[in-house]
Design a protein around this ligand. Structure first.
Ligand code: MSP
Length: 501
């Protein structure tokens, strides 16, 4: 059995979860479920990033200790995941003792190896991003990421010799062209690596920031939050194994948003190289959900809160929209109209109608038992070829997480079914008394049920509950239908969203 281990970023607990967190986690969940469907021992880890200035500030603003704050806020994340039907394997918190020990041990190792040194440092510091920027990196004198003001700071700090791994990293990227996905993000990283790489400041003086993991070799400093956070990917699974006994690390996929590309594709791999660990196999950067041209967070002031869609329209429909609408890698827009259009056309019209038609026709004409096919011919062969293509396409493309395309291909098989039903018109065949029409009716309904069974099975990672309900409507078989399966209760699986005019 092949193995699969994916990760999501661990989320800052300075704020409540929003669409960005939900999307990355749904993506990891769907990808992991696809691997399970295709026979992998698949596991994914998510969690929370609890140290650093952002969190310390959020706690201070609430007048409570950072520990109290993170204990409460980490639960907002943990509690959200069941509401989105997220089946994670492990939830990590960076304030857990074993994680802190792991980070301290690794830093001591690097210090002893001569990979970490201290020096007096002066530079432009951004509180928002919790890092220093070069003069040349500033945009209009401000933090190039958040656009917020920066301040000039001078202090002693500890540095990791990141620069000495620059060429090794470039070589690795060039030798493994699909290590960073999609391709244009790889080019972005290579572009960044054309300039000389600086060493990485891995400490913060306790006088400025106390909420962090103390450095093992100088307790007056805490660990830079990103170094602490990145190591979660290994610390969280250090004692876990796949069913065949192999360790989970190295991860198959780090799933991240495009804004945290540098930390994952430069800081993290160079730390790994210095530690002598194995590199992750792929880093997949997705784009942002946008609304009115800017990155979405909670409501982005527009009144559209994507999380409300879960309440109003259901978990699976929401998951479907996220996965179908965003081409992994590119930005996508979350809009009410596109949501309604997508759900009504793909799910209510195509999949829902196909399923209802087949279910009803078998119920009225075959007493609720799926008929055995009588005369499979060219039309049926052609129709089933769409299902086979969808299976093949899914197997070939989950490796690069091309999930919107996979879903599109599955829906193509459903569209082909609806066309087949229009051409063969089983409702007309049902009225005929001729044996050949009766036989054809059996074949049409059998083939239709089989196409739907395959489509629902392939959609189960995206819509676990709806796919299961649909499967039960068709008799609950996991294997190729034989005929004779007894239909389950029928209900409209995907009601049309009716808009008030
Ligand atoms: N704590 C760090 C990650 C450490 S990983 C070792 C962090 N946390 S975060 O809470 O800010 O979450 C960031 C994740 O949410 C990123 O992957 C980011 O891209 C994603 N999103 C935040 N807003 C987003 C959208 N509007 N759309 C899609 N994802 C975006 O960064």
């Amino acid at each position: 059995m092949p193995n699969f281990y994916a990760t999501t970023p661990i989320y800052y607990v300075n704020d409540k979860p929003h669409i960005g967190h939900a999307y990355t986690t749904v993506l990891a969940d769907v990808l992991t479920r696809y691997h399970k469907l295709f026979g992998y021992d698949a596991f994914f880890m998510t969690g929370v990033d609890e140290h650093g200035q952002k969190v310390q500030k959020a706690a201070a603003a609430r007048g409570i200790s950072p520990q109290e704050h993170v204990d409460e806020y980490s639960e907002h994340f943990r509690n959200l995941w069941p509401k989105l039907n997220i089946d994670y394997g492990y939830f990590i918190r960076t304030t857990d003792g074993y994680h802190k020990k792991f980070v301290r041990d690794s830093l001591q190792y690097l210090f002893d190896k001569g990979e970490i040194y201290s020096k007096e440092y002066e530079g432009w510091y951004s509180v928002g991003e919790e890092r220093f920027f070069e003069e040349a990196e500033l945009v209009d004198g401000k933090d190039p990421i958040s656009g917020r003001p920066v301040e000039w700071l001078s202090e002693k700090n500890y540095f990791f010799k990141m620069s000495s791994y620059q060429q090794k990293l470039i070589d690795h990227i060039n030798a493994n062209p699909n290590w960073i996905l999609p391709d244009f993000r790889k080019n972005e990283v290579l572009g960044f690596l054309k300039k000389p790489l600086n060493d990485l400041c891995i400490s913060r003086p306790k006088s400025r920031l106390s909420w962090g993991i103390p450095l093992p070799f100088d307790e007056d400093f805490v660990t830079y939050v990103w170094v602490d956070a990145l190591e979660n990917y290994i610390s969280g699974v250090q004692d876990k194994k796949h069913k065949d006994g192999t360790p989970l690390w190295p991860a198959d996929f780090h799933i991240i948003g495009k804004d945290i590309l540098t930390t994952h594709c430069i800081y993290w791999p160079t730390i790994i190289m210095a530690m002598g660990w194995e590199l992750p196999k792929h880093i997949l950067a997705h784009g942002w959900w946008m609304i009115d041209g800017s990155k979405m967070s909670k409501t982005s002031g527009t009144g559209v809160n994507p999380m409300d869609y879960v309440e109003t329209y259901g978990i699976d429909v929401f998951r479907y929209f996220l996965i179908r609408e965003m081409v992994v890698g590119l930005d996508a827009t979350f809009g009410h109209d596109s949501f309604v259009r997508r759900i009504n056309s793909d799910l209510a019209n195509d999949l829902g109608n196909g399923l209802n038609r087949i279910h009803k026709l078998i119920l009225t004409n075959f007493g609720g038992k799926i008929p055995a096919p009588a005369q499979s011919g060219e039309q049926e062969k052609e129709l089933l070829s769409y299902s086979e293509k969808a299976i093949q396409f899914a197997k070939e493309n989950i490796g690069e997480a091309k999930l919107s395309l996979v879903v599109e291909e599955i829906l193509n098989s459903v569209k082909a079914l609806n066309r087949y039903l229009e051409i063969t018109a089983p409702w007309k065949l049902a009225k005929s008394t001729e044996q050949k029409d009766k036989d054809k009716l059996a074949t049409v309904l059998y083939t239709g049920a089989e196409v739907l069974r395959i489509a629902l099975n392939l959609l189960s990672p995206v819509m676990p509950q709806k796919a299961e309900q649909g499967r039960l409507m068709l008799g609950g078989s996991d294997e190729v239908l034989k005929g004779g399966e007894i239909l389950g209760e029928g209900e409209a699986l995907f009601p049309r969203i009716l808009e008030e005019k």
